[in-house]
Design a protein around this ligand. Sequence first.
Ligand SMILES: Nc1ncnc2c1ncn2[C@@H]1O[C@H](COP(=O)(O)OP(=O)(O)OP(=O)(O)O)[C@@H](O)[C@H]1O
Ligand SMILES: [Mg+2]
Length: 235
Amino acid sequence: MPLLEVRGLATAYGDSQVLFDLDLDVAAGEVVALLGRNGAGKTTTLASIMGLVEPRAGSIRFQGREMRDSEPHRMSRAGVGFVPENCRLFAGLTVAENLEAARQKARSGEDRWDLARVLELFPDAAGFLNRRAGLLSGGQQRMVAIARTLMGNPDLLLLDEPSEGLAPLVVNALLRQLKQLKRSGATVLISEQNLRFATELADRLYIIESGEVRYGGTPAELAAEPDVRQRYLMV
Ligand SMILES: Nc1ncnc2c1ncn2[C@@H]1O[C@H](COP(=O)(O)OP(=O)(O)OP(=O)(O)O)[C@@H](O)[C@H]1O
Ligand SMILES: [Mg+2]
């Protein structure tokens, strides 16, 4: 049984439907990437899973339980952590306060994340723990936002376009850190437009276009499909 099983998901904003009959699975310990161009429906998919927008149809099963139409706080309590693209840190609080405020016990087993563990993953953050989050660079904010969500000991981490808007060197640093996170056994569903970032990190990829899944496969399988990359990703 997959940890997350999405079937027939359909989501609309008012009269405008943006997700159509979307299926996807994430198994425990897997990193799965949702690839697609601007406006393809990546954020809407993650927001639908997190309960931030209300799907019109379909099923969202997490750990075998139907969770569709659950409020975000209920998804969070069930063990789903979401890192939005704009991070939404408490700008007036310090980094340490942001991290401490997000601390939650694991739902199953022992806590895997605490301040010491997140600082092992993001060692640079030790140097700015007492700075106010609003004063951090974009890359620093992205790392603190991921660290903060890990402090909640989620069983599934949803990351919305973590590489978006970051300088190449910062993207590479973040990629190394997320690979380390993957080696620690984390289960992650990540949305990306950056093909290299996604293929280096993910065990499996889905390509979405106009709110529909058009391709699913491993990075190696996608590498052998130049037509698919050209058609949906323009690379
Ligand atoms: N709050 C909203 N109200 C109305 N339409 C929306 C809203 N949010 C997104 N959309 C529309 O839904 C479609 C999917 O948007 P979404 O943000 O999910 O795509 P995305 O793949 O995350 O794109 P990006 O790469 O730009 O982040 C787009 O056509 C977008 O204009
Ligand atoms: Mg988006």
